[in-house]
Each structure stands twice: as structure tokens, then as C-alpha cells.
Design a protein around this ligand. Structure first.
Ligand code: GLC
Length: 563
């Protein structure tokens, strides 16, 4: 049975993703069926009815493939299997069948930039001689210096340290992430063919789409001699060259790879969908989202934007303009498995930079003291804004419960390679990956019948799904109601800005969709006048005809005026 009242989308609807709400599952932290402390595929299946009831359209699973977990599963040993700790391919098929029964689509994460060092190809490469075909699937080079004792270039790993590791015969291999994540050589047709097979493997199993990890990194300038990066070493998307001339990131040639993928996707009915994780300049994002490419690209500007009306206006407006140019829709993301949860980000001073947030984590979340009630209020207001925007909203597991970051994990519990590789300068991403609370009390708060691979805070139970369900003021019910209304309110992809620039300066963000659905956010510390209309939903209590600070309301109104 479908889980919503509106007409059932046709299974052949090629556009299902355009305004979908996609829920990100980080499988090891979602639900554990067998008590080993690690979330698994049968755990996901058992909670699909919860996700259908929440009202999402699709579920994206972060990697569940066999992995030694050097990078939380983004180090893949085998692209066409399930990690035995997480289940089997039969479990995967059962999950897809249950999702289909509930009217949910399944998306999987594809990690094409690098495999793990346990992948059969990398083991073959290590066993083979320099210059062999086995080594040509990765990037092996001789070092510099008299005995080749220096890395071939100055390229840095994104997790700290050099991007090169030396093997016993003296050659070096490239890894833009951890040493356990050797980069593929995408100039090699064998690599291209193999990934086509992987995409078909999951598409044949009923997967509706793919999230493409590090989509902007596959193509590298590997012509001899390799170029040093010099002053381009520090990676800033906004500082990447506009002409695609960086030796490593966002090169034009990467799009040729995705044109090949598009042919694979289009051989299915409906065509398979893909969204690129591409940390690139905003102006170059469109190429990843084109209809001959992956189809959609994550827009992380929204995630990074401070919660202020003028900044949000600019971010949203330019994302929508981008989407219009490509024919894709935009994406909206507040949290994912790589960033500090937004309840906690919004509980810090409004001008906190990424660097400030990292520094705060190093103090175990003590300095500055987060204003959690303010963070909650802002996160609720941001959620109602996000869920009203044209395009796809990506909701990270636990966001609908209002989970804060677990900032005080003990150093010895940390698993993120960033912690060790940065020499303790970056605490890493474990704090947003703590297993979910499903029940108010009991073993691992209902995560599973055993413990949990990362320790849960003692008060985790107060956020539990079971505790929040039915409580009208809870985060969970706000998301449920917003998603229920969204199904009837969203009919087209248009947005019209309302209100003057002066109002925006005061902190009011106001737009309408389909003419009569108005969305107003007050991103200021003062109450502002509430436009007239029937209140459909609000992120916090409304007082008379005022929109209190840090509140978003959805209104139905007849009046429409241009900006
Ligand atoms: C992406 C993933 C991140 C991972 C990295 C390397 O950015 O989201 O979790 O560490 O790629 O695969």
C-alpha cells in the first residue's frame, strides 16, 4: 500500500526525483537487528515503515559494502556485495521489496574516486610489478629525490598528510583521502567499464538512483611530468579555477565519464537517477547536474549559509537560477554524515565559521557553551524553509528528531580517519554518526538488542522516535506534518519572492509558491508582523499577528504581490 493520500506516482515516472524528499541512512548507525552494535540492512528494512510514515519519497543508503572501515565504509572492498556484518545480497533484495511495497525508492552511494586497499584490484596491483597493467588501474609513480624517497608531487590528502604512500618496491600510489583509499585511474577504460557493470548490478536489483561520492575528483591530469600544486594546495571550492584547469579537482574531462554513465542510466525504465557530491564553484555545478550528466548536484551553499534573511535569499535565488539553466532541480541540505548537526551549529554564535566549529568540537562542545534551545528553534525554522523550497530536500537520519551533535565523544572512541591523520587537530565526523535513539530507554535506546559502536549520550532517550511520536510539539511531528502538507501543496517548481528589500534587511524572508502558499521566515531576534493568511503550520508558537524571532510559518492566502 502506498503511504500517502495523493495519487500513487507511476513506477515509470522519470521525474520522481525533481521534488522528492530523500532520507539519508548511515547504515551502521541506523538500526541494528542482530545485537552486534552495528546497524545493518535487516535493521533498515525493519524501520522502513517508520520512514514511510514520516512521509519521505526515497531512502539513500551511505555505503554498506564490504569495507575495513578506514573511512566509515567509503573505503570499498567490493562494489557488488553487502558487508557480511551488515547482511547479505538477499537481505538487500528483501529491503528493496519492502521499500517498493511501501512506495519508497532506494538509492545507493557509489564511491568511484577510490576503492579500498583491500579491493582485489589493489591487491593485484601491489603484487604486480611497476608498469604492469594491474598498476595502471590505480595511480602508481616513481618518487622524486636521488632514490625516489620523496613523493612524486606536493599533492595533499584531504584527511591530512601527503596524498602519496610508498610501497615496498619503491613506487608511490596516489590517495586523495586516507592511504587505505587508493585513487582509481579513470583514464583506464577497464575502470570505466567496471563501474558501468556496478551501476547495472544495482540498477538490476531495483535501485532507483545513485549518490555519487566525490564526483568532482575522478579525472586528474596524469600527464608526465605531474604538476605540483604550489599555492593551490589548500582546497577551497570557491578558489578552484573557473576554467577547469586544476590538476585534480573539477576538470572538464570528468563530464565525459558521466556521459557514459547517463547511457547506462537511460537504458532503464524509468531512467536511473543520480546526484553528484561535487564541492565545486557554484558556477561550475551546473555541468554535473545536466541532463546528459548525472542529473542533479548537491548544493552545499545552503548548508554553509548563516541563518540570515539576506544571505539565504541570495543563496536560494542563485541555486534556483542554476537549476533553471540546467533543467535540473536544486537540492537543499542542512546536515549529512560529514558535518556537525545543524541543531548544534545554530546553537553557536551566528558568525561561526567552519574553522570555529572545528575548534568548538576540540573543546568537546564546551567553549563556547552552545545555546541549545536557540539551536532547536532555528533548526525548526530552517527545516520549514527547506521543505518549502522547489527541488529535492535531503534529510539526514536523526535530523527529524532534532538530534544535536555528540561533541564530547572520548578521544579513544573516535573512528574518523581525520582525527588521527590531522594529528589531533580535527576531531572529525563521529559526533553526527552516533547510532539513533528509537526508544526512550533500554539497551542502546532501541538501536538494537546489543550495544552501539559509538557510545550514545545518557540523555539520548529524550530524542527517541517513540517518545516524540504523537507529541504535537516535537521535532518529529513537525517534519511529519510538513511532509504531509508538502504532498498536497507542491504542484509546480516555481517560487515568487514577496516583500521589499527593506523587509529582508530586517530579517524577513517571504516567498509564495503556487500563488497562495506563502512561506515566511523571521531570521532576526525581534518579532516581525505576520502577513495575513490562514496558518497551515509554524515552526514555533505564533503570538497574535506577530511572527516571533527565529520562526517560519506556512500560510494560505489569496494575495500575491511581486517583489
Ligand atoms: C565524501 C564522503 C565522505 C568521505 C569522502 C571520501 O566526501 O561523503 O564521508 O570521507 O567522500 O570518500
Amino acid at each position: 500500500m502506498p503511504h500517502h493520500d495523493s495519487p500513487v506516482p507511476s513506477p515509470h515516472d522519470a521525474d520522481w526525483w525533481r521534488q522528492a524528499v530523500v532520507y539519508q541512512v548511515y547504515p551502521r548507525s541506523f538500526a541494528d537487528s542482530d545485537g552486534d552494535g552495528i546497524g545493518d540492512i535487516p535493521g533498515v528494512t525493519s524501520r522502513l515503515p517508520y520512514l514511510a510514515d514520516l512521509g519521505v519519497d526515497a531512502v539513500w543508503l551511505s555505503p554498506f559494502y564490504p569495507s575495513q572501515l578506514a573511512d566509515g565504509g567509503y573505503d570499498v572492498d567490493d562494489y557488488r556485495d553487502v558487508d557480511p556484518r551488515l547482511g547479505t545480497l538477499d537481505d538487500f533484495d528483501a529491503m528493496v521489496a519492502e521499500a517498493e511495497r511501501l512506495g519508497l525508492k532506494i538509492m545507493v552511494d557509489i564511491v568511484p574516486n577510490h576503492s579500498s586497499d583491500q579491493h582485489v584490484w589493489f591487491r593485484e596491483a601491489l603484487a604486480a610489478a611497476p608498469g604492469s597493467a594491474a598498476r595502471e588501474r590505480y595511480v602508481f609513480r616513481d618518487g622524486r629525490g636521488e632514490d625516489g624517497e620523496l613523493p612524486p608531487t606536493d599533492w595533499p590528502s584531504s584527511f591530512g598528510g601527503p596524498a602519496w604512500t610508498r610501497v615496498p618496491d619503491g613506487q608511490w600510489y596516489l590517495h586523495l583521502y586516507a592511504p587505505e583509499q587508493p585513487d582509481f585511474n579513470w583514464d583506464n577504460p577497464e575502470v570505466r567499464e567496471d563501474f558501468h557493470d556496478t551501476l547495472r548490478f544495482w540498477s538490476d536489483r531495483g535501485v532507483a538512483g545513485f549518490r555519487v561520492d566525490v564526483a568532482h575528483g575522478l579525472s586528474k591530469d596524469l600527464r608526465a611530468p605531474l604538476r605540483d600544486l604550489g599555492d593551490q594546495r589548500s582546497y577551497q571550492p570557491a578558489a578552484l579555477p573557473v576554467d577547469g584547469s586544476h590538476p585534480l579537482w573539477d576538470r572538464d574531462a570528468v563530464h565525459e565519464i558521466y556521459r557514459g554513465w547517463r547511457q547506462v542510466f537511460d537504458a532503464y525504465d524509468p531512467p536511473r537517477f543520480a546526484v553528484a557530491e561535487a564541492w565545486v564553484r557554484a558556477s561550475r555545478r551546473a555541468a554535473y547536474a545536466s541532463a546528459t550528466g548525472l542529473g542533479q548536484a548537491f548544493n552545499f551553499d545552503f548548508l554553509g549559509a548563516p541563518l540570515a534573511a539576506a544571505g539565504m535569499y541570495a543563496t536560494i535565488d542563485s541555486a534556483l537560477a542554476d537549476a533553471r539553466r540546467t533543467g535540473a532541480t536544486s537540492t537543499w541540505v542542512l546536515s549529512n554524515h560529514d558535518v556537525v548537526r545543524h541543531v548544534s551549529r545554530y546553537a553557536l554564535p551566528g558568525d561561526s565559521t567552519k574553522h570555529d566549529i572545528e575548534a568548538w568540537l576540540l573543546t568537546d562542545g564546551r567553549d563556547p557553551v552552545p545555546d541549545l534551545p536557540a539551536g532547536v528553534r532555528r533548526a525548526r525554522a530552517a527545516a520549514l524553509l527547506m521543505l518549502a523550497l522547489p527541488g529535492s530536500a535531503y534529510v539526514y537520519q536523526g535530523e527529524e528528531l532534532g538530534l544535536p551533535e555528540v561533541a564530547d565523544l572520548d578521544r579513544e572512541d573516535l573512528r574518523d580517519p581525520m582525527w588521527v591523520r590531522s594529528g589531533g587537530r580535527v576531531k572529525g565526523r563521529d559526533g553526527c554518526r552516533v547510532p539513533l535513539p528509537w526508544a526512550g530507554e533500554g539497551t542502546s535506546f532501541g538501536f538494537g538488542p546489543g550495544g552501539s559502536w559509538l557510545p550514545q549520550p545518557a540523555d539520548w532517550g529524550r530524542y527517541a522516535a517513540e517518545v516524540q511520536r504523537g507529541d504535537e510539539e516535537s521535532f518529529l511531528e513537525l517534519y511529519r506534518e510538513a511532509l504531509r502538507l508538502r504532498r498536497t501543496l507542491v504542484t509546480d517548481e516555481e517560487l515568487e519572492w514577496i516583500g521589499s528589500r527593506e523587509q529582508t534587511r530586517q530579517g524577513l524572508l517571504h516567498f509564495s509558491r503556487t500563488g497562495c502558499w506563502h512561506v515566511v521566515s523571521n531570521f532576526s531576534g525581534e518579532a516581525l508582523p505576520l502577513p495575513q493568511g490562514e496558518v497551515l503550520l509554524s515552526s514555533g508558537p505564533l503570538t497574535g499577528d506577530e511572527l516571533p524571532p527565529w520562526t517560519t510559518a506556512w500560510l494560505r492566502t489569496g494575495t500575491v504581490s511581486g517583489r
